[in-house]
Design a protein around this ligand. Structure first.
Ligand code: CA
Length: 238
């Protein structure tokens, strides 16, 4: 099981329906939750209850999320995920360096929100590794789902393990036999072609998630490598 079973998530959200959705999904994922819908109540509550993570809406009655976030940062490093109504707002908030750990734009997929919550918590607990995030891709090893830019796709177990192996070490070249070791610990009865065909399906799913971006590169005669930086499969460093 995950290590965040008992983590307490504070949901600061004045839209009741959205708050309820967040409660349902977070509790389903094993978190405890508390909800506040009014800006003024947040700081005293955080000081008393010490939540493990705060999902903080930007627009709130009483006091806005920006002011709240800044004030929390003056006394606590508790992870904060800022929730905004407009995607353009995220750039502005990043520029303000207000100290949030992540940003989610409404309307969000509740499953992605849960994965982001786990990812932020994992980032701060590096010993656990079943949720992690590199650039815009978020992997959830509990469900074999991958999230990017508000979209999600479900992988097969083999596809997930392949992606996981590559993704954990971006830039590193994995031979096909190394990849086979990663996914078939006991029975090495698959051929190189099996790996190629799984990779092909995996690439297709990732291309639907992030059109125009090539994440998994084939390296001629060597194998595969995960590289979110390069968008061509040419080996420019050769
Ligand atoms: Ca609001």
């Amino acid at each position: 099981m995950t290590t965040n079973d008992a983590s307490l998530i504070l949901i600061v959200e004045d839209e009741q329906k959205l708050a309820q959705l967040a409660i349902d999904y977070l509790q389903n994922a094993g978190f405890s939750t508390h909800t506040l819908g009014e800006g003024e109540t947040v700081i005293p509550w955080v000081k008393q209850q010490h939540p493990h993570l705060i999902l903080l809406d930007l627009m709130l009655p009483g006091r806005d999320g920006l002011t709240i976030c800044r004030e929390i940062r003056s006394f606590s490093n508790v992870p904060i995920i800022m929730v905004t109504a407009r995607i353009e707002e995220i750039d502005r908030l990043l520029g303000l360096e207000m100290g949030a750990d992540d940003y989610i734009c409404k309307p969000y997929s509740p499953r992605e929100m849960v994965a982001r919550v786990k990812a932020v918590l994992r980032r701060l607990q590096p010993q656990a590794d079943d949720i992690y995030q590199v650039q815009s891709l978020t992997l959830d090893a509990d469900s074999f789902r991958v999230f990017a830019e508000g979209r999600e796709t479900e992988l097969t177990s083999v596809e997930f393990q392949l992606l996981q192996a590559l993704y954990r070490q971006p830039g590193r070249i994995f031979s096909r036999s190394k990849l086979m070791d990663q996914i078939y610990q006991d029975q090495r009865v698959v051929s190189d072609r099996t790996i190629d065909s799984h990779i092909k399906k995996l690439r297709k799913k990732l291309a639907e998630l992030l059109p125009g971006q090539e994440l998994i590169h084939s390296v001629y005669g060597a194998g595969y490598r995960y590289d979110p930086q390069q968008d061509s499969d040419a080996d420019s460093d050769a």
